[in-house]
Write a protein that binds this ligand. Sequence first.
Ligand code: PEP
Ligand code: MG
Length: 855
Amino acid sequence: MTAITLAAPLAGWAMPLEEVPDPAFAQGLVGAGMAIDPTVNELRSPCDGVVLSIHRARHACTVRATGGAEVLLHLGIDTVGLNGEGFTAHVRDGQPVKTGDLLIGFDMDLVGSRAQSLVSMMVVVNDGFTIDGRTVNREIAAGETAMTVHGGSEAAAAPVAAASGGTAERSVILRIAHGLHARPAAALVAAAKAHPGAVTILCRDRSANAKSVVALMGLGTTLGDRLTVRAGGAGAEGVVETIAGLIDSGLGDPLTEMGAEPPAGAAAPVAAPVPAPMPPAAEEEAGPPFAEGEEVLLKGTIAVPGQAVGTVVRRFSSRMRVAEEGEGPAVEEPRLRRALETVTAGLAESARRMPEHAAIFQAHRELLDDPELLDGALADIATGKSADWAWQRTAQLQADALAALADPRMAERAADLRDLERQVLAALSGKAPNVGLADLPAGSIVLADEILPSELAGVPAGRLAGIGMAHGGPTSHAVILAAALGVPTVVALGRQAERVPDGAPVVIDGNRGELHVSPPEDMLAATRTAVAARAVRREENRRLAGEDCRMADGTRIEIFANLGRVSDAPGAVIEGAEGCGLLRTEFLFLERQSAPSEDEQYRQYQQIADALEGRPVVIRTLDVGGDKPLPYLPLPKEENPVLGLRGVRVGLREPELLRAQIRAVLRVKPVGVCRIMVPMIASPSELQAVRTMVDEERAALRRAEPIELGAMIEVPAAALIADRIGAVADFLSIGTNDLTQYVLAMDRGNPYVAAQLDALHPGVLRLIRQAVTGAAVHGRTVAVCGGAASDPMAAPLLIGLGVTELSATPAVIADLKAQIRGLRLEDCRRVAEAALATDSADEVRRLVAEAWPVI
Ligand code: PEP
Ligand code: MG
């Protein structure tokens, strides 16, 4: 073992690494060290050694010191994006250097104005070293002693080149679209664990223990990265070969071709983590949990109407309060190990019960098995902390670091880690670990930051009574699924929702956007009565649901269902759906890791058509992008994906994906039962391009009969030129969710604008009228399939504006039909006309409430 001192590589204010405004560095995930806010523009070597690598963006450099410590010197924060601008390298890879040698010069003005911060880090990135004696919290001169590194050996100061003295290295290019995300990382870990010695993966200026899924994911690798596999000890050559070969073959992920142009999703290498979104300034701290029995009213935004009484199941990512001090390692370590075993057994049991989700549970087990997680927690326990505190801290740090990476898939893994954090804490407190929404007890009202569409996809019927989200928007895709399940939902409750304790009795009121915590007994009783009365009314409405829907004056309005999964279809028929007006095909394939084949798609569409017993099925082509990323479809990282590659834009960019889907639809029997609808149309030429594909595929399948092809009106421009789009479309269907977000310039997933995101805004209504008028030029029908079609206040207005078909969430169809049977077209037209001349959605809602007080 040796100790070396590192000299300050820069002059400036020296600070602890923990204060650096970058979570990965601050949490020590890159390595141990310190930082300097520089007052000079030259980075100098802190030790004698050899330059291991100068980053291609010239903002960072790693020097291997005598003794083997690898010292990363990283200039500024978020400087990789400057792509070398403002930096001049004065050394090359492999060059020997002495303490004080100039490594990189930089333009302080340019870098200072373009980067998040000039604070520069010096950290030891490889295993087997510790640091102490940091000089921090004062000005430091370049060359002054900055810190001491212990560990390693002279032998470790091997030459930069490959295998020598029991160490082997091999470089390989990563050719998988999303880098080392959880699954490939787990495959790599499995191979590395077979080797008794250390195995490290180096990428750019970082290194990670190859036996840790979390550490590998934390590398933030992307397609095209050069990875170096390094192993030590007997058999190092073999393991390096094996792992490099595995990486080269994709570690179980499909390989992505890399031409001169980087493929979608692979564009910019991401070396520095992107800071996680800041909580809104206006939002208050969550505060301590509400006391048992404390009566509280929280206000949010209506997402799915309806009321429910139930018991809270918390699904927040934020920390539970746990005692910091433990009873000593002899007690706490076995407690933690037992809790981990309990959760592992629970995951195995869940995988057995729900084989369709087995891959998710397996990924959770891999994470639980992660040596870095356990080692981190044991290190805290060794200092006297409780198992709960130690586990929470370690899991939280790692989850935060993953969440800060640019790739949304990594953020999902962070959610997995938080889930495991909760489960282990539950096991430590003696409660049964909750393995997710799939395992809810009946009557649960789930409170969460935000629920993912994929989580809701696994909820068994009847268990989930209500949902309250601290964040989220009223038309997000998770809300759409909640609506399909008929689960009253309130969003944008704010962080106060985090204070509601597990098991608290609550009333969720989706009609008013309220959550009543520990309400008085009379309110619980009144809500139960109202829920029961509503169920009776619903049953009555269902009895007539099969009849056609005619208004009081005889006007025929068609009511269809929006479907997202095969199992929704029979319920929709019972509710009285006359067909499916929108099949969100992307929901069928949300939880998959690879694209569905044409045959798989065909089978699903056919099952839905069969379940609808001959009623028409409008199949929307894949609408991915925005808040619906698909793991198997790498799209470029976009500044603003909602305004980027979405809907038809993706289909035209990935024509094979679209063609496979078109073929699958064309194969459904009986011929003529399906129609094709294309999302996010902005111009007739897009629909024309899809029509050409449809015609070509039809010819290839030797199908003579045409198929109806419709355009969704979601982009304001499409509503404005509906007369032009109607020339190439057989029908139009208005997606009010997107139309509203684009017209009002309010993100449909953003809780801060959730209360104003209302499809009844007169601006949206005017566009709907414009679309109806334009469509009439070519005699095209206009449907509404966005959330407004399921809103009882919107239905009379839409009908008054000339819409003749509504496609609603199945749970409301019987009620909607009953409501429309009581309306007269003349009244609807009058109120709609008045609504167009108002200033706000609130005013419109008041008009509707005056005209039809019982809605
Ligand atoms: C809409 O935008 O209104 C719509 C129906 O499509 P989605 O909600 O799936 O984006
Ligand atoms: Mg849409």
